[in-house]
Write a protein that binds this ligand. Structure first.
Ligand SMILES: NC(=O)c1ccc[n+]([C@@H]2O[C@H](COP(=O)([O-])OP(=O)(O)OC[C@H]3O[C@@H](n4cnc5c(N)ncnc54)[C@H](OP(=O)(O)O)[C@@H]3O)[C@@H](O)[C@H]2O)c1
Length: 265
């Protein structure tokens, strides 16, 4: 397998870092961009990847389009595609549009930057022209850097909201909890690490569980104990309504401008 990354911005770098950490050789990865050669040279020197200024897309088994969304279809149209599996990570591009522009099977992936640490969450929207091998190849590639979920036209907005907004929602929650620890005497960094590590461990446990979250809460919240009383406060203030409303707001498709967390990417 050899991969060409077209675009060398933050998402491209995050994926490349994750793939190298997962065991892919930097020699299997080539990066290119539009004009910023200094950036390419930095990535080559730091990560050991190959760089090219002029690319032959058919010299690679997988080509990942990682430029801003407004350049994706024009780039796809500008090339003569033969062999590679074509993957775009651009928001708001549909695989059928990409297949029409490129004339080959295509997949739209929606990763998030934790892929750099192999803890990403990537939505995969398979184009109608893809076959089982294409789907397996793309799934295996993104499974290397976290978890994947199959998405489509109906689910992509909710997926993007959950995967894209969760970091901000999580930081908001951690930020609201740490003052209790600093008031008790911890410094800011330690307070943040305590809450983040406890949350990380909880997320890890949750990923290995299939029981409903209510049951998991009951496991750790003895009646009238400290956790139970804290959960009581969350419920009396309707945290559930706050969180679901926040996610619904972020997942709205008719909002203009489009959700800033994805728009900015
Ligand atoms: N960042 C995220 O968290 C995130 C999450 C999910 C999806 N995405 C998607 O990932 C894509 C890239 O986002 P980003 O944040 O990495 O953007 P970015 O930092 O602005 O990087 C964009 C890169 O694309 C290159 N580029 C632009 N047009 C090109 C072209 N025609 N040919 C080759 N390279 C070209 C740019 O090169 P020059 O600098 O030389 O112009 C730059 O290296 C976007 O489509 C975004 O929707 C991002």
């Amino acid at each position: 397998m050899n991969i060409l990354m077209v675009g060398a911005g933050s998402m491209s770098e995050a994926l490349v870092r994750g793939w190298i950490a997962s065991g892919l050789s930097p020699e299997q990865i080539t990066m290119t961009n539009r004009s910023d050669l200094t950036r390419l040279e930095q990535l080559r020197d730091e990560l050991g990847v190959q760089i090219v200024e002029t690319e032959d897309v058919n010299a690679y088994t997988i080509v990942v389009l990682a430029m801003q969304p407004d350049g994706v279809l024009a780039y796809a149209q500008s090339q003569t595609w033969k062999t590679p599996l074509l993957v775009s990570v651009a928001a708001h591009i549909e695989p059928s549009e990409l297949e029409e522009a490129a004339g080959i099977p295509a997949i739209c992936a929606m990763p998030n930057t934790p892929v750099a640490h192999q803890t990403g969450m990537t939505g995969l929207w398979f184009g109608p022209e893809t076959d089982a091998t294409d789907r397996e190849t793309a799934t295996a590639l993104f499974d290397r850097v976290g978890r994947t979920a199959v998405t489509d036209a109906k689910t992509m907005s909710a997926f993007m909201a959950a995967a894209g907004c969760s970091p901000a929602f999580f930081y908001e929650i951690v930020g609201s909890m740490t003052p209790v620890l600093t008031e008790a005497g911890f410094d800011e960094d330690t307070a943040r690490q305590i809450v983040a590590q406890a949350m990380k461990g909880s997320a890890e446990l949750l990923l290995h569980e299939t029981r409903p979250t209510d049951e998991l809460i009951a496991d750790v919240a003895a009646p009238d104990g400290p956790t139970d009383r804290g959960v009581g406060v969350l419920r009396s203030r309707d945290l559930s309504d706050v969180m679901s409303s926040a996610l619904r707001e972020s997942a709205k498709e008719d909002h203009d401008p489009v959700d800033a967390t994805i728009e900015r990417t």
